[in-house]
Design a binder for this molecule. Structure first.
Ligand code: PMP
Length: 413
């Protein structure tokens, strides 16, 4: 008989891994609900830095000494961890970057410049983060490509009919997020990929908000490119990854030149480039951060993303139920499939004021445009408050947050 899988997350055990949750803010216990911006870091990941700098700090790949070997092995070990995390076919399909932003810029600059010409079309959705809009706008200015925008309905759900209608024989790439950071909408990326491929277009998926919440399978999705950031998935800042299908990466020129990305350099015969993925990793990378990213993904996998995602769905349901009962509060983004993200505005209370005042009660939420100005403008607001959940949040914290919110609203109205 197979052992029964644990059905619910042991949140007390999870919380014990996060030293920061013990701190107080303005005399109140910290309630951290800004996880979509950056998640907190478990002690196992923090310890990785200590271990690296105490025992085997060295530059990778080019050393022949023990420390360099150990650092290289740990760095390359994370490549395998990321491969498994995304279910990529091969390790060489994983390129380390500083995060999602750099991964998207890599695709825009390496793939885009080699494959796009004036008049070619790139489809992005209205709910993209600026990091999946601006790189394409830069290419539009420089190469004359055309950006077309996939609309969303009043719930913040992509309009699939409109999406289908946007394709022409000039459509080369679809660049969409897996989960919206502003509204939490989970997009049907497998379906989007199928439609893109039926039109001979590629798909780049911004997985920054999906990686912390649900298992990702780039083969099942049939993603051509998939990007995520370590710091949103319990890892450090400064390390993330781009997945690219091997054949695509192999056909792409480098985008940054420097050490590590070459085979030979000569003033006479020119320079030949390293194989993938090293061709795209010029210079000394964030070695400790990449190693720590590996530890973070191991931590996540140790619990299981199904369990984490399921727990966050419970938190989302509880928070939604409490928030809709708050007088004058309106939730933006009511898609049937949402990750643990709630954006809201309150009649007669500016989001910025709410954010500042609720911080005085120890509650960290995010206020502003969430780097999704086109989406917010479309919904007629310039800012929202956003609460976003992680594995260590609890229903009790949500109750304290909503009570604090009601207090704050009473103060500003
Ligand atoms: N895309 C989405 C959907 C995001 O939420 C974010 C971060 N807020 C990014 C891209 C950019 O990620 P990073 O700043 O880590 O590069």
């Amino acid at each position: 008989m197979t052992a029964l899988k644990e059905l619910t997350l042991d949140v007390v055990k999870v919380r014990a891994d996060f030293p920061i949750l013990e701190r107080k803010v303005h005399g109140y216990p910290l309630i951290y609900l800004d996880n979509a911006a950056t998640s907190q870091t478990p002690r196992q990941v923090i310890a990785t830095f200590d271990d690296y700098y105490r025992r085997y700090n060295a530059n990778i790949h080019r050393g022949l000494h023990t420390l360099a070997d150990e650092a290289t092995a740990a760095y390359e070990g994370t490549r395998e961890t990321v491969r498994a995390f995304l279910n990529a076919r091969e390790r060489r399909e994983i390129v380390f970057t500083r995060g999602t932003t750099e991964a998207i810029n890599l695709v825009a600059n390496a793939w885009g410049r080699a494959n796009l010409k004036a008049g070619d079309e790139v489809l992005v959705s209205l709910m993209e983060h600026h990091s999946n809009i601006v790189p394409w706008q830069l290419l539009a200015e420089q190469l004359g490509i055309v950006i077309k925008v996939i609309p969303v309905d009043e719930r913040g759900v992509l309009d699939l009919d409109a999406y289908r209608d946007l394709f022409t024989e000039r459509t080369r790439l679809v660049a969409v997020n897996h989960v919206s950071n502003a509204f939490g909408t989970i997009n049907p990326v497998k379906e989007l990929a199928g439609i893109a491929h039926a039109h001979d277009a590629l798909i780049l998926i911004d997985g920054a908000q999906a990686a912390p919440h649900e298992p990702i399978d780039v083969q099942d999705i049939d993603a051509d490119f998939y990007a995520f950031s370590g710091h949103k998935v319990y890892g450090p800042t400064g390390a993330g990854a781009l997945y690219g299908k091997a054949a695509l990466l192999e056909a792409m020129p480098p985008w940054q030149g420097g050490g590590e990305m070459i085979k030979t350099v000569s003033f006479d015969t020119g320079t030949s480039f390293a194989d993938i993925p090293h061709r795209f990793e010029a210079g000394t990378p964030a070695i400790a951060e990449v190693i720590a990213l590996g530890k973070a993904l191991e931590w996540v996998s140790g619990i299981g993303l199904e369990l984490i995602g399921g727990w966050e769905q419970q938190l989302l349901a509880h928070a939604t139920e409490r928030l809709v009962a708050v007088d004058g509060l309106r939730i933006l983004g009511t898609a049937p499939h949402k990750a643990g993200v709630i954006s809201f505005v309150v009649d007669g209370a500016h989001s910025q004021d709410i954010g500042l005042l609720i911080d005085q009660l120890g509650v960290a939420i995010r206020t502003g445009h969430h780097c999704a100005q086109p989406l917010l403008t479309h919904f007629g607001v310039d800012a929202t408050c956003r609460a976003s959940f992680a594995a260590y949040n609890t229903p009790e914290e949500i109750d304290i947050f909503v009570d604090a919110l009601e207090r704050v609203i009473g103060m500003v109205r």
